[in-house]
Write a protein that binds this ligand. Structure first.
Ligand code: AMP
Length: 169
């Protein structure tokens, strides 16, 4: 799997070493194995909903939800969801960004797994965890295909369980 992640230097900005997962996605064996690895730690965790983050998180959130017998809930960039939403802002290197979820997306008592492709600084996943809690659900864990451990994003996410299939140290 690691060999199928292509490193693209200086994309989308100078200094960023972008992890291009498209070769892994296109390989039927590797993609299936990746989704299975992301779901496996949570098979017995009683997950009711997988919350996936726009846009590459959607590619993993849906199959992981099917593997866990859970529903899938999209967290999207502002202005994309049509019904009433709750919004969380988070800091970027320069400025801020925001994510939204439908107010009624998660019923009381929902046990949520957050799914995304890459855990970098953790800002995106931490904002998603805040959103889930604000709409009244419980975050049980988060799962990533790739963790850039040298950026320390995991420290942003306690107290829930954080799992990643491929770790770069
Ligand atoms: P962060 O909020 O810093 O943890 O960034 C996570 C989000 O940015 C994820 O949704 C990733 O899709 C994307 N991302 C951050 N760094 C990279 C990278 N080096 N390669 C690919 N995607 C990245």
């Amino acid at each position: 799997m690691r060999a199928a992640v292509r490193e693209v230097p200086d994309f989308p900005r100078p200094g960023i070493n972008f992890k291009d997962i498209t070769p892994l996605l296109a390989d039927r064996e590797l993609f299936g194995a990746a989704c299975a690895l992301m779901a496996e730690p949570f098979l017995t965790a009683g997950i009711t909903h997988v919350v996936s983050i726009e846009s590459r998180g959607f590619l993993f959130g849906a199959p992981v939800a099917v593997a866990l017998g859970a529903g899938v809930v999209p967290v999207r960039k502002p202005g994309k969801l049509p019904f009433r939403t709750t919004r969380e802002e988070y800091a970027l290197e320069y400025g801020t960004d925001a994510l939204e979820v439908h107010d009624d997306a998660l019923p009381e008592g929902a046990r949520v797994l957050i799914a995304d492709d890459v855990l970098a600084t953790g800002g995106t996943a931490a904002a998603t965890a805040r959103l889930v809690r604000r709409v009244g659900a419980e975050v049980i864990g988060s799962t990533f295909l790739i963790e850039l451990a040298f950026l320390g994003g995991r420290a942003m996410l306690p107290p829930h369980r954080v799992e990643s299939a491929i770790v770069y140290t």
